[in-house]
Design a protein around this ligand. Sequence first.
Ligand code: FES
Length: 220
Amino acid sequence: MSDAPFRNPGWAGNTGGFELSEDQVRGDDFVGARSVEGDHPSTAATYPYMLADKHPEAPLFEGDFQARFEKILTRYPTKQAALLPTLGLAQEVRGHVGPESMDRVAELLGLSSAYVRGVATFYTMYNKAPVGRYLVQVCTNISCNLCGADDVLEAFLRYTDSEMGELSEDGNFTVIEAECLAACGFPTCVQINSRYYENVTPADVPKIIERLAAAGPGEG
Ligand code: FES
Protein backbone atom coordinates (compact mmCIF):
# COMPACT_ATOMS: atom_id res chain seq x y z
CA MET A 1 0.00 0.00 0.00
CA SER A 2 1.28 3.43 -0.87
CA ASP A 3 2.40 5.81 1.89
CA ALA A 4 1.08 8.74 -0.09
CA PRO A 5 -1.43 10.74 1.95
CA PHE A 6 -5.03 10.37 0.86
CA ARG A 7 -6.05 13.33 -1.21
CA ASN A 8 -9.51 13.98 -2.43
CA PRO A 9 -9.41 16.80 -4.91
CA GLY A 10 -13.16 17.39 -4.75
CA TRP A 11 -15.80 16.96 -7.40
CA ALA A 12 -13.88 15.52 -10.35
CA GLY A 13 -10.96 17.59 -9.03
CA ASN A 14 -12.59 20.33 -10.89
CA THR A 15 -12.50 23.94 -9.90
CA GLY A 16 -13.04 24.88 -13.50
CA GLY A 17 -12.37 28.32 -14.81
CA PHE A 18 -13.43 29.86 -11.51
CA GLU A 19 -10.13 29.44 -9.69
CA LEU A 20 -11.94 28.34 -6.59
CA SER A 21 -10.11 26.86 -3.65
CA GLU A 22 -11.17 23.45 -2.44
CA ASP A 23 -12.81 25.10 0.58
CA GLN A 24 -14.89 27.22 -1.72
CA VAL A 25 -15.83 24.24 -3.87
CA ARG A 26 -16.96 22.44 -0.76
CA GLY A 27 -18.76 25.54 0.42
CA ASP A 28 -17.52 25.43 4.01
CA ASP A 29 -18.81 28.93 4.51
CA PHE A 30 -22.37 27.68 4.21
CA VAL A 31 -22.08 24.75 6.59
CA GLY A 32 -23.71 25.41 9.94
CA ALA A 33 -25.31 28.70 9.05
CA ARG A 34 -28.50 29.17 7.15
CA SER A 35 -28.27 31.91 4.60
CA VAL A 36 -31.24 34.24 4.61
CA GLU A 37 -31.51 33.73 0.89
CA GLY A 38 -31.71 29.99 0.72
CA ASP A 39 -29.40 27.04 1.34
CA HIS A 40 -29.64 24.23 3.80
CA PRO A 41 -27.35 24.45 6.83
CA SER A 42 -26.03 20.96 6.27
CA THR A 43 -25.36 21.19 2.57
CA ALA A 44 -22.35 22.59 0.87
CA ALA A 45 -22.92 25.13 -1.81
CA THR A 46 -22.39 23.22 -5.00
CA TYR A 47 -20.24 24.11 -7.89
CA PRO A 48 -22.34 26.05 -10.38
CA TYR A 49 -23.31 23.62 -13.07
CA MET A 50 -23.80 26.29 -15.69
CA LEU A 51 -21.76 29.35 -16.42
CA ALA A 52 -23.60 32.63 -15.91
CA ASP A 53 -22.63 33.50 -19.43
CA LYS A 54 -23.66 30.60 -21.64
CA HIS A 55 -23.10 30.23 -25.34
CA PRO A 56 -25.47 27.72 -26.93
CA GLU A 57 -23.19 27.52 -29.96
CA ALA A 58 -19.86 27.48 -28.10
CA PRO A 59 -17.36 24.91 -29.35
CA LEU A 60 -17.04 21.65 -27.46
CA PHE A 61 -14.38 22.05 -26.26
CA GLU A 62 -11.60 24.60 -26.47
CA GLY A 63 -9.16 26.45 -24.21
CA ASP A 64 -9.66 25.74 -20.50
CA PHE A 65 -12.61 23.52 -21.27
CA GLN A 66 -10.53 21.34 -23.58
CA ALA A 67 -7.99 21.01 -20.75
CA ARG A 68 -10.76 20.01 -18.36
CA PHE A 69 -12.16 17.51 -20.85
CA GLU A 70 -8.73 15.92 -21.14
CA LYS A 71 -8.44 15.85 -17.36
CA ILE A 72 -11.81 14.11 -17.12
CA LEU A 73 -10.60 11.43 -19.54
CA THR A 74 -7.64 10.65 -17.31
CA ARG A 75 -9.98 9.74 -14.47
CA TYR A 76 -11.78 6.89 -16.16
CA PRO A 77 -10.62 3.57 -17.54
CA THR A 78 -12.51 4.04 -20.81
CA LYS A 79 -13.87 6.98 -22.75
CA GLN A 80 -17.36 5.56 -22.40
CA ALA A 81 -17.07 5.81 -18.62
CA ALA A 82 -16.39 9.54 -18.95
CA LEU A 83 -19.74 10.19 -20.61
CA LEU A 84 -21.64 11.74 -17.68
CA PRO A 85 -19.00 14.33 -16.69
CA THR A 86 -18.44 15.15 -20.36
CA LEU A 87 -22.14 15.86 -20.81
CA GLY A 88 -21.96 17.94 -17.62
CA LEU A 89 -19.10 19.96 -19.06
CA ALA A 90 -21.02 20.46 -22.32
CA GLN A 91 -23.98 21.75 -20.33
CA GLU A 92 -21.77 24.08 -18.36
CA VAL A 93 -20.49 25.61 -21.58
CA ARG A 94 -23.71 25.72 -23.57
CA GLY A 95 -26.33 25.84 -20.83
CA HIS A 96 -28.10 22.81 -22.22
CA VAL A 97 -27.36 19.55 -23.98
CA GLY A 98 -29.32 19.48 -27.21
CA PRO A 99 -29.10 16.87 -29.97
CA GLU A 100 -26.15 18.61 -31.64
CA SER A 101 -24.18 18.62 -28.37
CA MET A 102 -25.01 14.96 -27.81
CA ASP A 103 -23.66 14.13 -31.28
CA ARG A 104 -20.48 16.10 -30.64
CA VAL A 105 -19.94 14.34 -27.30
CA ALA A 106 -20.50 11.00 -29.05
CA GLU A 107 -17.84 11.94 -31.58
CA LEU A 108 -15.39 13.02 -28.88
CA LEU A 109 -15.83 9.80 -26.93
CA GLY A 110 -16.05 7.42 -29.88
CA LEU A 111 -19.60 6.36 -28.98
CA SER A 112 -22.71 6.09 -31.09
CA SER A 113 -25.11 9.03 -31.09
CA ALA A 114 -27.92 6.68 -30.10
CA TYR A 115 -26.03 5.56 -27.00
CA VAL A 116 -25.28 9.13 -25.90
CA ARG A 117 -28.87 10.22 -26.49
CA GLY A 118 -30.14 7.25 -24.51
CA VAL A 119 -28.00 8.25 -21.54
CA ALA A 120 -28.50 12.01 -21.77
CA THR A 121 -32.27 11.77 -22.00
CA PHE A 122 -32.42 9.44 -18.99
CA TYR A 123 -31.11 12.09 -16.58
CA THR A 124 -33.24 15.10 -15.72
CA MET A 125 -30.20 17.15 -14.66
CA TYR A 126 -29.22 17.58 -18.29
CA ASN A 127 -31.32 20.34 -19.83
CA LYS A 128 -32.42 19.22 -23.26
CA ALA A 129 -33.42 22.73 -24.32
CA PRO A 130 -32.11 26.18 -23.40
CA VAL A 131 -33.16 27.39 -19.96
CA GLY A 132 -33.23 30.84 -18.40
CA ARG A 133 -30.46 32.42 -16.36
CA TYR A 134 -32.26 30.86 -13.40
CA LEU A 135 -33.64 27.35 -13.59
CA VAL A 136 -36.34 27.18 -10.90
CA GLN A 137 -37.17 23.62 -9.87
CA VAL A 138 -40.14 23.37 -7.54
CA CYS A 139 -40.46 20.07 -5.71
CA THR A 140 -44.03 18.84 -5.97
CA ASN A 141 -43.41 15.44 -4.44
CA ILE A 142 -45.37 14.17 -1.47
CA SER A 143 -44.07 16.16 1.54
CA CYS A 144 -43.88 19.40 -0.38
CA ASN A 145 -47.17 18.68 -2.08
CA LEU A 146 -48.96 18.23 1.24
CA CYS A 147 -47.57 21.59 2.31
CA GLY A 148 -48.78 23.55 -0.71
CA ALA A 149 -46.13 22.99 -3.40
CA ASP A 150 -48.72 23.33 -6.15
CA ASP A 151 -49.46 26.87 -4.99
CA VAL A 152 -45.74 27.68 -4.87
CA LEU A 153 -45.31 26.36 -8.40
CA GLU A 154 -48.27 28.37 -9.57
CA ALA A 155 -46.81 31.49 -7.94
CA PHE A 156 -43.45 31.04 -9.67
CA LEU A 157 -45.17 30.64 -13.03
CA ARG A 158 -47.32 33.69 -12.39
CA TYR A 159 -44.55 35.99 -11.18
CA THR A 160 -42.14 34.98 -13.95
CA ASP A 161 -44.99 35.21 -16.44
CA SER A 162 -43.93 31.96 -18.05
CA GLU A 163 -45.30 28.57 -18.99
CA MET A 164 -43.94 25.44 -17.38
CA GLY A 165 -40.56 24.54 -18.92
CA GLU A 166 -40.52 27.61 -21.17
CA LEU A 167 -38.18 30.59 -21.08
CA SER A 168 -39.68 33.72 -19.55
CA GLU A 169 -39.82 36.64 -21.94
CA ASP A 170 -36.84 38.41 -20.32
CA GLY A 171 -34.78 35.22 -20.64
CA ASN A 172 -34.24 35.14 -16.88
CA PHE A 173 -36.35 32.21 -15.73
CA THR A 174 -37.42 28.70 -16.59
CA VAL A 175 -39.75 27.10 -14.05
CA ILE A 176 -40.18 23.34 -13.86
CA GLU A 177 -41.54 20.75 -11.46
CA ALA A 178 -39.01 18.49 -9.75
CA GLU A 179 -39.28 15.18 -8.00
CA CYS A 180 -38.15 14.96 -4.35
CA LEU A 181 -35.14 17.22 -3.78
CA ALA A 182 -34.30 15.41 -0.53
CA ALA A 183 -35.23 18.35 1.70
CA CYS A 184 -38.58 16.85 2.71
CA GLY A 185 -38.28 18.25 6.24
CA PHE A 186 -38.37 21.78 4.86
CA PRO A 187 -41.28 21.88 2.45
CA THR A 188 -41.73 23.44 0.00
CA CYS A 189 -38.22 23.04 -1.32
CA VAL A 190 -37.21 24.94 -4.44
CA GLN A 191 -33.86 24.58 -6.18
CA ILE A 192 -32.75 27.60 -8.17
CA ASN A 193 -29.63 26.79 -10.17
CA SER A 194 -27.45 25.09 -7.56
CA ARG A 195 -29.01 26.71 -4.49
CA TYR A 196 -31.77 25.37 -2.26
CA TYR A 197 -34.58 27.54 -0.92
CA GLU A 198 -36.57 25.89 1.83
CA ASN A 199 -39.92 26.43 3.53
CA VAL A 200 -40.97 28.46 0.52
CA THR A 201 -44.54 29.73 0.51
CA PRO A 202 -46.37 31.56 -2.30
CA ALA A 203 -45.87 34.79 -0.33
CA ASP A 204 -42.05 34.41 -0.60
CA VAL A 205 -42.07 34.06 -4.36
CA PRO A 206 -42.29 37.73 -5.48
CA LYS A 207 -39.33 38.66 -3.22
CA ILE A 208 -37.21 35.81 -4.57
CA ILE A 209 -38.03 36.63 -8.20
CA GLU A 210 -37.39 40.33 -7.68
CA ARG A 211 -34.01 39.73 -6.08
CA LEU A 212 -32.87 37.30 -8.75
CA ALA A 213 -34.07 39.43 -11.65
CA ALA A 214 -32.08 42.36 -10.22
CA ALA A 215 -28.91 40.31 -9.61
CA GLY A 216 -26.06 40.64 -12.06
CA PRO A 217 -24.70 37.75 -14.14
CA GLY A 218 -23.27 35.04 -11.92
CA GLU A 219 -24.99 36.34 -8.80
CA GLY A 220 -28.14 35.07 -7.22
S1 FES B 1 -40.88 15.89 -1.09
FE1 FES B 1 -40.07 17.86 -1.54
S2 FES B 1 -38.01 17.64 -0.97
FE2 FES B 1 -38.80 15.66 -0.65
